[in-house]
Write a protein that binds this ligand. Structure first.
Ligand code: MN
Length: 707
């Protein structure tokens, strides 16, 4: 039984005899079940689950996880089912195997969808039992190690998935060793050429660096020793290839800029010593200002703890130093797996708590997001945590990803606070909601009852929580607004026939609802407001009029045309201003129903509506409210003299008339004149007329007209 021997040796170091025997029984079962199956590498299949079990045994995972690893492919690939696993090895093992199997089975139409759904399933499985993910990660790790046997396209696909999903998850769970191996194997398989070139360059550079590394290490050792501090390890640390590649790509650094940094790690016995070593290294080499980070006092989201500092080394080379305790070091390398490796370790339980918190957050998020793509988009941000730490007015620390804004902060406090925030005070000064937060700031949210999320926030929020909450709110907001609009539209059409909703016979209503597949009148309103139903048609059918009677005939039978819909311009999400003609208050307007999007307001003579202008099924008469407040965009075309400074003087004239230019496009016309198209914001037609008068008076302006 060659396959099992090495695993047995590993298990005997930490499991008792009966447990090892139980694992052996699982092995016998799996070996029998997979008999005759071979992997692409040519090895008998059983070599794979045993290799996976060995990876987990390295982390001293418990017996159940080891058995699950050995059996992880039997449900999928052999005739053994979940219940027989349960009856032989217990419910927990069966659940673990089943969890891993389910992650393997998902198949989808689109790759993006598959990936998203896969990820969602993974999160749910993790939340039930974190060991599922450890087995799955080990499974993937062994597959990555034996990736060479697959054809290139499959290899690339798996490598990409590993880089996009598995490596970030390992990182999020603090499992640095897994992450590094995922990333380097994934990088090698996904970008084979880049990998080869870069690894050769790194090899060469490392040779050149050896001398200077020795000098620094010597200096650090002497410094620590002379202060009587016992450092367990002072070692130069090399970045792994993928992180060098990422730094070059994301931060646009040259190879030598990335390689020019010398990394060292000092591992000591206690937290107190960490800070003493910090003071000491600052005496040996001058620290680079503002590069010190205290992840001991404020651990990273995945539980990572260390002191980080950057020093000016000999010859001016930058030295990055990490200082940590042995416990923190174990945590940094193995994350949640450290829990099994070092049962008594305090740091490990910290990682477990952090992982739990994270999973709970993910679960909450998955409940408020509509589909898995949305979910993964939200989670992705969480998976690449570069955090900022800010304080609440009470002094509590909040942890947010880099780039987080006051709105993200508000949602982190509570979704109600986020939904009603109107401004923020950062270090006691009022600041716009879009302000990006920096470490150490104290943030207070100003909220107003009745305030609501603005769709524009989606342009700057960075946390998954804020994003999903805003979307969720807008979705329900959209529903309310489309229901209200739909009701208004139908009621106005009814009033055209001098009827109200109370005049509708019950059986007519029931018939309309059944035919259109709605459960109640609210749904009918909502669909109408979204532009999916034609209000005129609905009104006629509600009144029981024969559908074959032409609308125009009925129109003649009525005295007055339908009352126009009153538009404020700020209805929200279901009434929009058409961008083709950009009507402004004062313009005669007409509403056009756009299926799925609601009502679009056009200028009465917009060429786009010319054909359907008199079709009451598609067009809704509309007029502006008497006293519209707000700003509306309008396009002007100017012909101006080619002359230096002309645009500046036009901009000044427009500002003088209390308007702002949103966009400006210049095109040459001939030697004397240029064409200038300007988009600007106005209150209404009167305001526009004033601006145009003001601009037309300028000598450099030859012509001005609204487009
Ligand atoms: Mn497998």
């Amino acid at each position: 039984m060659g396959h099992f021997t090495k695993l047995r040796h590993q298990l005997e170091t930490y499991l008792d005899k009966e447990q090892v025997e139980e694992v052996y029984q699982a092995y016998l079962l799996a070996a029998k079940a997979h008999k005759g199956q071979r992997r692409r590498t040519g090895d008998p299949y059983i070599a794979h689950p045993v290799a996976v079990a060995r990876i987990l045994a390295d982390m001293r995972l418990d017996m159940q996880s080891i058995i699950a690893a050995i059996l992880h492919d039997v449900i999928e690939d052999t005739s053994i089912d979940k219940s027989s696993v349960a009856s032989r090895f217990g419910e927990q093992v069966a659940e673990l195997v089943d969890g891993v199997t389910k992650l393997t089975q998902i198949k989808f139409e689109s790759k993006a969808e598959a990936q998203a759904e896969y990820f969602r399933k993974m999160v749910l499985a993790m939340a039930r039992d974190i060991r599922v993910i450890l087995v799955k990660l080990a499974d993937r790790l062994h597959n990555m190690r034996t990736l060479g046997a697959l054809n290139p396209s499959k290899r690339r696909r798996i490598a990409k998935e590993t880089l996009e999903i598995y490596a970030p998850i390992a990182s999020r769970l603090g499992m640095y060793n897994f992450r590094v191996e995922f990333e380097d194997l994934g990088f090698a398989a996904y970008h084979p050429t880049r990998y080869r070139v870069l690894s050769q360059a790194v090899k060469k550079a490392r040779g050149n660096r050896r001398e200077i590394l020795k000098i620094i290490e010597q200096a650090l050792r002497e410094g620590v020793g002379s202060h009587g501090i016992a450092a367990d390890a002072i070692s130069g640390r090399e970045k792994h290839l993928y992180s060098i590649y990422k730094k070059m790509r994301n931060k646009r650094l040259s190879f030598s800029e990335v390689m020019d940094v010398y990394g060292f790690r000092v591992v000591v016995d206690s937290i107190d010593t960490c800070y003493r070593v910090l003071g000491m290294v600052h005496q040996i080499y001058k620290p680079v200002p503002e590069r010190f980070k205290d992840y001991i006092a404020i651990p990273k989201a995945n539980g990572y703890q260390s002191l980080h500092t950057t020093l000016f080394g000999p010859y001016g080379v930058p030295i990055e130093i990490q200082i940590r305790t042995q416990e923190m070091h174990n945590m940094a390398e193995n994350g949640i797996a450290a829990h099994w490796l070092y049962k008594d370790s305090v740091g490990a339980s910290e990682a477990q708590v952090r992982a739990r918190e994270w999973l709970t957050r993910l679960l909450e998020m998955q409940q408020s997001t509509g589909n898995s793509l949305e979910f993964i988009e939200s989670v992705k941000i969480d998976l690449f945590p570069d955090e900022v730490y800010v304080f609440t007015p009470k002094g509590d620390i909040m942890e947010l990803p880099t780039g987080a804004t006051a709105v993200d902060f508000a949602y982190a406090v509570h979704s109600d606070v986020g939904n009603t925030c109107v401004a923020a005070k950062i270090d006691k000064r009022l600041a716009p909601l879009s302000t990006q937060l920096s470490n150490g700031q104290t943030v207070e949210v100003v909220s107003a009852p009745g305030a609501r999320p603005n769709p524009a926030w989606l342009n700057f929020v960075v946390t998954g929580k804020a994003r999903s909450n805003i979307r969720h709110y807008l979705k329900s907001q959209r529903r309310t607004e489309s229901t209200t609009l739909g009701q208004r539209l139908i009621e106005e059409m009814l009033s055209y026939y001098s009827k109200t909703i109370d005049d509708i016979a019950g059986e007519n209503l029931a018939k309309v609802l059944v035919e259109a597949g709605f459960n109640n009148i609210e749904e009918l309103y909502e669909s109408t407001g979204l532009g999916n139903q034609m209000p005129m048609v609905i009104a006629r059918r509600l009144l029981g009029y024969d559908e074959d009677v032409a609308a125009t005939e009925l129109e003649r039978s009525s005295d007055a045309p339908p009352a126009p819909l009153v538009v404020r311009g700020s209805e929200g999400l279901v009434v929009s201003i058409a961008s083709c003609c950009r009507p402004i208050p004062g313009d005669p307007i007409v509403g056009v129903l756009q299926p799925g999007r609601g009502l679009e307001i056009h200028v009465d003579d917009c060429p786009k509506v010319a054909e359907i202008r008199h079709n009451p099924d598609k067009c809704v008469p509309a007029r502006w409210e008497e006293d519209v407040k707000g700003e509306f965009e309008v396009d002007l075309r100017l012909s101006v003299v080619n002359q230096r400074g002309v645009l500046a003087s036009i901009a000044a004239a427009i500002a003088d008339a209390e308007s702002n230019i949103d966009d400006i496009r210049v095109g040459q016309r001939d030697e004397r004149y240029s064409l200038v198209d300007i988009t600007l914001a106005v209150r209404d037609r009167t305001h526009l007329a004033r601006i145009m008068r003001r601009v037309r008076r300028m000598k450099v302006v030859n012509k001005i007209s609204r487009i």
